[in-house]
Design a protein around this ligand. Structure first.
Ligand code: 6R9
Length: 655
């Protein structure tokens, strides 16, 4: 964090929008003026102009029962119709919606007319399986067009999707299925990753053995051609059901506050939170930011967001934002380096990508490989670059702009969260002067402040806590099944009084003298590994679930490529001392254990086997000291430790 602040303080570069870019830009200064003049009317106007309503709304915001907001609540719309049918009706049916590229190199171009057809067929199949408005459908798929089709088919019926990232384990999938009581799971036999087929259906089978039993049917896309087990009472092939279903489907309008999806994300406790988003407000802000932050010209742009649909970025900026705007986009199944390290750049060249949205961790791994790889490809179609997921250090920002962007195109650093639903802080390309390393300014209609622990505004250079001071259309509406946790986690940081009802994001931030916002990382026990959120508590509880473990502490240590890396300190049970004689072996076993329990993304970079953990007199583990060790720093102030000599013992064991 200190290194980041130093960077932030040193950073003085500014880039004015080029006059050519500004002249064609979608956004203009007027958006800020309109939002300042009347924030609610501004959003109402966006909702009316960007979306098609079955029944127009007359109320913009109901904030009479904070923190439970209602936006546009007497209006009705169908989210899928907004992403599909209305474009076809407007004569854009032949426009390509998705250029899909499989990892092995197979590809499909799908027009808006074809996508609409496929979604209607999938909606009919789901209806046949008994899925009704309000029911939950779990989606566990690779990055194939059927993932987008499934999400939209569920939305079309007014049902609620819960997409679970394909890298999550059977246990993680089972707990998400159970929490939402999903009645159907949509999956594939397998998908391609790093040149191999990874199985998905077998993980679903295992999850359903562990789950409480809400699932009636599993709908399976054939993709990996891998061997899978089959339960003929429960399982159905996509190509035998969806492919043969009718493509006639009358969509109905749902209330603006009708739930659209649940997406699980890590919090500060061991149990992931099911973040709930609803329809009208979510789609309004996703569509608005897609258009203005990415300067989207749907008639000529080829947009590519590299996020998986298993994350919020994939929801808002692969599915809902681009499709609501009628964009043409690239969807890629695989990893950036398969079968060769130039794979992404080959895709940019092949489809003539104009807008690229990715994460700093990807940019930093490309930096490591060197500029000669992207230089082998024609990247001159690119005209805008975006970044999301973690702070982008100025060096990576500059490299991205120069090596990938050819030196003069805008780079937008977008800050937001699963909970915020859509982009909250970002420059507007063509309008804002760009400053590498800073996410810069709230988007029009969003109110951000930086407060200290007592809720007083932090003036000037000092850092504080990032809060959103006014409700926004795409805000989360709750945590599935847990309204108390929703209130406590996000809204009661500064007290429960109505005038203190501010959204606490969990991020540290500072504002520089130009008013630009710099994000300083999480202020809670949430780690950010390759732009993915992981909870220290969740990994600790996985470690202590292993029969060898007595106690465990997990920290996020800074890592050159992944931003942070998971580092664990584990005390083994005395009773295991005879069985587990080799610490290296124990550490390997525990790393493997976390990967199977939670998923490969949670696998610790290191597991240190130690005899003690540093604790305060009240028994709290001092993670700060462990972080010092994990980052190879001099260990900080140890005076509050119950036993001040303990860090020397631990340091010796770690080295
Ligand atoms: C969209 C997404 C949210 C957390 C957030 C913050 C970090 C995201 C960032 C950023 C600095 C940015 N984060 N974007 N930090 N600059 N541009 O990533 O959602 O997975 O919920 O993570 O990611 O710490 O609180 P999510």
């Amino acid at each position: 964090m200190n290194a980041q602040i130093d960077h932030a303080l040193e950073e003085i570069r500014r880039f004015r929008p080029s006059p050519e870019f500004a002249a064609q830009a979608v956004a203009d200064e007027g958006l800020y003026d309109a939002a300042r003049a009347d924030r609610l009317e501004f959003w109402a106007d966006q909702a009316r102009t960007l979306l098609q309503w079955e029944k127009p709304f007359t109320r913009t915001l109901d904030w009479s029962n904070p923190p439970f907001a209602k936006w546009f609540d007497d209006g009705e719309l169908n989210v899928a119709v907004n992403c599909l049918d209305r474009h076809v009706e407007a004569g854009l049916g032949d426009r390509v919606a998705i250029h899909w590229e499989g990892e092995p190199g197979d590809s499909r171009a799908i027009t808006y007319a074809e996508l609409t057809d496929e979604v209607k067929r999938a909606a009919n199949t789901l209806t046949d399986l008994g899925v009704r408005s309000g029911d939950r459908v779990a989606i566990y798929l690779p990055m194939i067009p059927e993932a987008v089709v499934s999400m939209l088919a569920v939305a079309r019926l007014g049902a609620i999707h819960s997409v679970v990232f394909g890298g999550f384990s059977a246990d993680s999938l089972a707990s998400r299925i159970d929490d939402a009581e999903a009645s159907v799971v949509i999956t594939a036999d397998g998908g391609y990753r790093k040149g191999r087929v990874f199985p998905l259906k077998p993980v679903v089978d295992e999850a359903l053995e562990k789950s409480a039993g809400s699932v009636r049917n599993v709908l399976v896309v054939k993709r990996g051609e891998n061997e899978i087990g089959w339960n003929s009472d429960r399982d159905l092939w996509w190509h035998e059901t969806v492919a043969t279903a009718s493509n006639e489907h009358e969509a109905q309008g749902f209330e603006a506050e009708h739930p659209l999806f649940i997406l699980y994300t890590s919090g500060t406790t061991g149990k992931p939170k099911g973040i709930l988003h609803t329809s009208g407000g979510y789609l309004t802000q996703a569509a608005f930011t897609q258009k203005n932050v990415f300067d989207l010209h749907p008639e000529r742009d080829v947009y590519w967001c590299t996020a998986d649909v298993g994350w919020i970025t994939g929801h808002s900026y692969v599915v809902y934002g681009p499709l609501a705007n009628g964009a043409t986009q690239v969807l890629y199944e695989g990893t950036p380096d398969t079968p060769h390290p130039g794979r992404w750049w080959e895709i940019v060249e092949k489809y003539g990508v104009t807008i690229l949205y990715t994460a700093p961790t990807a940019i930093r791994s490309f930096m490591k490989l060197g500029r000669q790889i992207p230089h082998e490809y024609n990247l001159r179609t690119l005209r805008l670059l975006g970044s999301v997921g973690e702070p982008i250090n100025p060096e990576a920002w500059i490299w991205y702009r120069h090596v990938i962007g050819g030196g003069s195109i805008p780079v937008v650093d977008t800050w937001w969260q699963t909970e915020t639903g859509a982009i909250m802080i970002s420059a507007l390309p063509g309008v804002t002067d760009l400053k590498p390393g800073s996410a810069q300014v709230p988007v029009p209609g969003v109110s951000i402040d930086i407060l200290d622990d007592d809720g007083t505004a932090v003036e000037g250079e000092g850092g504080g806590l990032l809060v959103v001071t006014e409700p926004w259309p795409s805000m989360l509406r709750g945590i599935w099944g847990d309204p108390e946790r929703f209130k406590e986690t996000y809204w009661e940081k500064f007290g429960a009084a109505p005038d203190k009802t501010m959204y606490f994001a969990g991020d540290g931030a500072r504002r520089d003298e130009d008013g630009d916002i710099w994000l300083l990382g999480r202020v809670d026990d949430v780690m950010n590994v390759s732009g993915h959120r992981l909870s220290t508590a969740e990994i600790e509880s996985s470690l202590v679930a292993h029969p060898w473990t007595a106690e465990a502490a997990v920290v996020g240590a800074s890592d050159e490529t992944t931003g942070q890396a998971v580092v664990a300190f584990v005390i083994l049970k005395a009773s295991q001392a005879e069985r587990v004689t080799d610490p290296a072996e124990a550490s390997e076993e525990l790393r493997r254990h976390v990967a199977t329990q939670i998923g490969a993304i949670a696998r610790p970079r290191q597991v240190f086997i130690v005899n003690e953990l540093p604790k305060t007199r009240s028994g709290k583990i001092m993670r700060r000291l462990l972080r010092d060790l994990a980052e190879g720093r001099e260990v900080g102030d140890t005076t509050t430790l119950a036993d001040t000599s303990i860090m020397q013992v631990i340091s010796a064991q770690v080295r």
